[in-house]
Ligand binder design. Structure first.
Ligand SMILES: *[C@@H]1O[C@H](CO)[C@@H](O)[C@H](O)[C@H]1NC(C)=O
Ligand SMILES: *[C@@H]1O[C@H](CO)[C@@H](O)[C@H](O)[C@H]1NC(C)=O
Ligand SMILES: *[C@@H]1O[C@H](CO)[C@@H](O)[C@H](O)[C@H]1NC(C)=O
Length: 233
């Protein structure tokens, strides 16, 4: 009897050892996959967020008049946000950027409360820009370059979609895909009005300004079972 027990114990020990090795193997495989994903030149790293002013200004009394029927920059964001907020850019530095770059035209805040633009840019820098290894000038310039290269409103218009049209959200989304061959992300408010488009870049694409598919759920904040719209001003 004791011999049988011993045998049984040995067998169990062997099995336990194998289980441990199996688990270790699985863990190693997962780690390898994660490293491959993080290391891959195809991993998505950046997104440009552009906002549709008529949606945001619809019920606001503080918006700049007349309300422009266009997308303007919200921000250029890393998929991994800055771990901490940076020091606000000194006002003098922001004013220098403002006078050198066309921030007032392509990156204005949508409200017209005094100093809002300056605060908006300071916020974007301290939340998303300061940890990018770019100088403030390079960071803001980069966002503007990317914005200029991807005129989403033009893509919609070329595909026959105009502000005010009532369409399924995938029509808006597919219009960009058909024009440029990458999948953006679309964001809506509660009323299924488009507030933003996002355009994504991987590490390599970011240098050459080649957008990639954003991945994930492409329009999860929008309802796909009813019409969506890009409101007229
Ligand atoms: C704007 O105001 C109108 C009228 O009060 C309301 O019906 C609508 O829901 C509001 N839109 C948004 C996006 O809040
Ligand atoms: C925006 O603000 C400026 C100064 O604060 C003011 O002169 C201008 O009339 C405002 N524009 C509108 C119409 O909202
Ligand atoms: C959606 O919009 C189309 C016109 O683009 C219209 O024919 C259709 O009735 C609308 N559907 C709903 C549910 O409002």
């Amino acid at each position: 009897m004791p011999r049988t027990k011993n045998k049984l114990r040995k067998k169990k020990d062997i099995e336990r050892g194998m289980d441990k090795r199996k688990i270790l193997c699985i863990v190693l495989i997962i780690v390898a996959i994660l490293i491959a994903i993080l290391d891959s030149p195809n991993s998505r790293q950046w997104k440009l967020a552009i906002q549709w002013r008529p949606t945001l200004c619809q019920n606001s009394t503080s918006c700049q008049q007349p309300i422009l029927e266009k997308f303007t920059i919200h921000g250029l964001w890393n998929f991994t946000p800055c771990p901490t907020h940076g020091r606000p850019l000194p006002r003098r530095e922001i004013e220098r950027l403002q006078s050198t770059l066309k921030l007032n035209i392509v990156w204005p805040d949508f409200t017209n409360i005094s100093d809002n633009n300056i605060r908006f840019w300071q916020h974007e820098w301290s939340k998303h820009g300061h940890c990018t290894n770019m100088t403030p000038m390079a960071y803001f310039q980069k966002a503007i370059n990317v914005y200029d290269l991807y005129p989403v409103l033009t893509y919609l218009e070329v595909q026959g979609i105009r502000p005010g049209d009532q369409l399924r959200i995938e029509e808006f989304y597919n219009a960009v895909y058909r024009e440029r061959g990458f999948r953006p992300k679309v964001v809506c408010n509660n009323e299924n009005q488009i507030t933003e488009f996002r355009i994504c870049f991987d590490t390599v694409g970011f240098i050459g300004h080649d957008a990639v598919n954003c991945g994930g759920s492409p329009y999860q904040t929008c309802k796909s079972d009813e019409n969506a719209t890009l409101p007229k001003a």
